[in-house]
Every structure is written in structure tokens, then in C-alpha cells.
Write a protein that binds this ligand. Structure first.
Ligand code: HEC
Ligand code: HEC
Length: 299
């Protein structure tokens, strides 16, 4: 496909290219016919004693130019370069890329097939399977979940045994294929005082220092304000909607009273992209096994 919108640019390029090459050829011919008088100088003198002789160019030098001109025409006949003309070989950079991708796919396909036929847990225990998973992780996941997969504020740690959406192979695969959208609604309407009570109650759930009076009020508000509808009556979370367990030491956003107040007041929205279309089944399978393997042995 040409990018030119009108034929003018096609002609423009063709004319300039052909004219330039012809000009070189003409120059060569003219120079070949020029008469020289070896031994005589041109009459130019530099620095007192540096003079220019009237000698022909060395033959090997002229031949290089002849070869260059011939090469240019042969090249332009075979490959794209002359305006819209595609070249007799039909070569395109896109085509070459496709051939290389196909070659690569053909070499890794048997490997992908082998792992697709294996159970996620078995792939997680396979050395080469793990290495392939790690390379995929480093390419597609590292920028958000970190080089060591330990996450950051808002990006879950994948190496622990705490899961927003579940750590069984099927759940991890579902997370990767469809993506996830965690929505904690804002609760500013409850008022700063109640929100502070709630924050103290949440901290008490996780065994963090808290104000006993506020915690008692927060406990009631937790049930009355609908928190328990998502986080569960005991605050242990609900994996179906990614509501975090509030009773453990793992925090997506932070456990300080101020951070929790911010979370409750403004809410949080978090998105894990979906990968099914982009990566395909075989890569997702390897990544599922890799992520599954990361958390094995974690407490
Ligand atoms: C653009 C940033 C981004 C990229 C890239 C990304 N993730 Fe995520 N991922 C997130 C966020 C944010 C969450 C948390 C979503 C939530 O809070 O609901 C998440 C959640 C997850 C979870 C669920 C964790 C749990 O506790 O249940 C897994 C597993 C996961 N990601 C794996 C991956 C893998 C594997 C890749 C690479 C294919 C990847 N992620 C790429 C942002 C990203
Ligand atoms: C509609 C369901 C829903 C309701 C109602 C809800 N939450 Fe959440 N909450 C979530 C989800 C989902 C997340 C995780 C958001 C994310 O993935 O970014 C969350 C996150 C949190 C966090 C952050 C935890 C961390 O690890 O940093 C706290 C704290 C919290 N909620 C407390 C509350 C309190 C208190 C209430 C009641 C006022 C409440 N939530 C009501 C769904 C809910």
C-alpha cells in the first residue's frame, strides 16, 4: 500500500530518482571522454608548492561509480524504491516481519502445545515453563506489579497468599483473561466523624492500635452503612467482587488512619487489564502457572 494520496508524489519521486542516477551516469561518460595531459599541471598552486596535475581519475575509482549506477537500477527493479513501484520480488517490510513471526511461532508452538496439555500446577513446577512464564511476566506485567511481583500501592502483591480475587489456578486464569475492576464506592455522605469511627474499627479488625470508643461506634456503622455487604460481616472480604480482607496485614492502599479515611471518603477504583485477546490461551496458561508458582510456599 502506498501512502501517497495523489499520483503526483509518485511521479515526483520517480523523476528525481531516475534523473539523479542518469546524472551520475552522464557525469561518468563525460569524464571518461575528457582529455587529459598527464604531467601537465592545471595552473593551480596552493601554499606555494602544492600543485594540481591534469590526470584522469584512477580506473578502479571510475568503475566503482559504474557499478554503483548499475546496482541502483537493478535494486530499484527488484525492490520498492521507485515511487509506487513495488519491485519485481514483491518484498515488503511487513511481509518480512510476518515471515519472521511465523518462523518464531513454528519453533515455540510445540512448547506452547506441550504446556497447554499440562495442568497449571504441573507447569508451575516445571523449570522451563517457569522461565517462559517469567519472561512473559517481565514483558507484560512487571510495569504494574513490580520486578519482584511484590506490587505497590494500588497494585497487589502477587507473591503472598492474600488474594483479592482468589489464588486457585482457575481464579488466577479468570483474572488474567477477563481483567478485574475493583470498585470501593465513596462514602463521604457518612460524615467525617462516622468515617473516623469506621477507620478505627477497620484498624481494630487488623489488630492495629485504635480508639476503643470510636471502634465500638465504628462496628455499628460498619453493619449499618453497608460495608459488611461487600467486606463481609467480619470484614474478611469477598473474592467474588474483589473486596479485600480487612482483618489481615496486607493492605492495597495502606493501613494508616488517614489512608483508610481517604479510602472510605473518596472510594477507590482499580483496574487490572484483560489479556485474553492480546496474549491468547497458551501465554495466559504459562502466566497463570507462573503467578500461581510465585505464591507457593508463601504464608
Ligand atoms: C496497568 C497495570 C497492570 C498490568 C499491566 C497488569 N496488572 Fe495485574 N492488576 C493490576 C491492578 C490495579 C490489580 C488490582 C485490581 C483491583 O484492585 O481490583 C491487578 C490484579 C491482578 C491479579 C489479582 C490479584 C489478587 O489478589 O487477586 C493478578 C493475579 C494479576 N493482576 C496478574 C497480572 C499479570 C500476570 C499481568 C501480566 C499479564 C498483569 N497482572 C498486568 C494492574 C495491572
Ligand atoms: C460495593 C462494595 C463495597 C462497599 C459497600 C464497601 N467496600 Fe470497601 N472496598 C471494596 C472493594 C472492591 C475494595 C478494593 C478496591 C480496589 O480493588 O481498589 C475496597 C477497599 C476498601 C479498603 C482498602 C483496603 C486496603 O487494603 O487498602 C477499605 C479500608 C475499605 N474498603 C473499607 C470499607 C468500609 C469501611 C466500607 C463501609 C463504609 C466499605 N469499604 C464499603 C468494596 C466495597
Amino acid at each position: 500500500m502506498s501512502d501517497f494520496v495523489s499520483d503526483f508524489w509518485n511521479l515526483y519521486v520517480v523523476v528525481i530518482v531516475v534523473a539523479s542516477i542518469l546524472a551520475c551516469a552522464v557525469l561518468l561518460i563525460v569524464q571518461g571522454k575528457a582529455t587529459f595531459t598527464p604531467g601537465k599541471t592545471m595552473g593551480h598552486v596552493w601554499d606555494g608548492d602544492l600543485e594540481e596535475y591534469n590526470n584522469p581519475m584512477p580506473k578502479w575509482w571510475s568503475w566503482l561509480f559504474v557499478i554503483t549506477v548499475i546496482f541502483a537500477f537493478v535494486y530499484l527493479a527488484l525492490y520498492p524504491g521507485l515511487g509506487n513501484f513495488k519491485g519485481m520480488l514483491g518484498w515488503t517490510s511487513v511481509g518480512q516481519h510476518k515471515v519472521e513471526v511465523e518462523k518464531m511461532d513454528a519453533t515455540v508452538k510445540p512448547l506452547f502445545d506441550k504446556y497447554m496439555a499440562m495442568d497449571v500446577k504441573a507447569v508451575a513446577g516445571d523449570k522451563q515453563g517457569k522461565e517462559m512464564g517469567k519472561r512473559l511476566y517481565d514483558t507484560y506485567c512487571m510495569q504494574c506489579h513490580g520486578a519482584d511481583a511484590r506490587g505497590a500501592k494500588g497494585f497487589p502483591n502477587l507473591t503472598d497468599s492474600d488474594w483479592l480475587y482468589g489464588g486457585e489456578p482457575e481464579q488466577i486464569k479468570q483474572t488474567l483473561e477477563g481483567g478485574r475492576m475493583g470498585v470501593m464506592p465513596p462514602h463521604a455522605q457518612l460524615g467525617a466523624d462516622t468515617i473516623k469511627d469506621l477507620a478505627n474499627f477497620v484498624r481494630s479488625l487488623a489488630g492495629l492500635p485504635n480508639d476503643a470508643v470510636r471502634t465500638a461506634k465504628g462496628k455499628e456503622a460498619f453493619a449499618a452503612s453497608g460495608c459488611s455487604g461487600c467486606h463481609g460481616p467480619e470484614g474478611k472480604g469477598m473474592q467474588a467482587i474483589g473486596a479485600p480482607n480487612l482483618t489481615d496485614k496486607v493492605w492495597l492502599y495502606g493501613s494508616s488512619e488517614n489512608t483508610i479515611i481517604e479510602t472510605i471518603t473518596n472510594g477507590r477504583q482499580n483496574k487490572m487489564p484483560a489479556w485474553k485477546e492480546f496474549l491468547g490461551d497458551a501465554k495466559i496458561h504459562l502466566l497463570t502457572a507462573y503467578v500461581y508458582g510465585l505464591s507457593q510456599g508463601a504464608k
